[in-house]
Design a protein around this ligand. Structure first.
Ligand SMILES: [Zn+2]
Length: 202
């Protein structure tokens, strides 16, 4: 029971605390406040360990292929599971800026942000609420290899084959890694930063 929550389970007005007539979207009968529930944006990184050789064409079948970095989660939800680095966008922060910041905070490194891999709607359990999230994923490359984990976020990091990934903590991460693998198999160019998989500006 989360009577004060702001998410899909909210049962009281967040402005005047009157009982809400129903689940969001709804309007408080006490003060007229309109409550909506929207997916919260996050930024995620499919961080590669070497130049995937876009300019040289597709990765060959005899090539072991690129690897991506995964972290073992140190906290709930999904504690102990492997995940791609990333986190929630802060206020008006652009997802590409959030991706850079998360790499600094979680890994202690600077990365180069590449193509946007797409946007995926998922769920995130937080403070006893299940919230919709809009996960925006970017390809990225390490600029330095001195990774220093934030122990509050992750207990371990490891490279995994992009073409044979382990199950990740959230389904949107599995989807983003699949999209990255498809792109690298095709040998696509990196394209303009900030464009999604169909080339639209995001
Ligand atoms: Zn109200």
């Amino acid at each position: 029971m989360t009577p004060r929550g702001y998410g899909p389970g909210a049962s009281f007005c967040p402005r005047c605390a009157a009982p809400l007539p129903g689940p969001a979207p709804t309007t408080c009968v006490g003060c007229g406040y309109q409550l909506f529930v929207n997916a919260r944006p996050t930024a995620g990184l499919v961080l590669l360990d070497r130049d995937p050789g876009w300019a040289d064409g597709p990765v060959g079948a005899d090539d072991a292929g690129p690897r991506f970095l995964a972290l073992r989660r140190a906290a709930e939800p999904m504690i102990g599971r492997w995940e791609t680095p990333g986190g929630f966008c802060d206020g008006w922060e652009h997802p590409a800026d959030a991706a850079l910041r998360e790499a600094r905070e979680e890994l202690g490194v600077t990365v180069t942000i590449g193509d946007c891999l797409g946007m995926f709607v998922g769920s995130y359990e937080f403070q006893d609420e299940v919230l919709p999230v809009l996960d925006v994923f970017f390809l990225a490359m390490l600029e330095e290899h001195a990774i220093v984990l934030d122990p509050a976020e992750a207990t371990e990091w490891r490279w995994f084959p992009l073409f044979d990934p382990p199950p990740l903590a959230f389904a949107t991460m599995d989807q983003a890694v699949r999209v990255a693998a498809q792109r690298l198999r095709r040998g696509d160019g990196p394209g303009p930063a900030g464009a999604d998989e169909r080339g639209r500006r995001v």
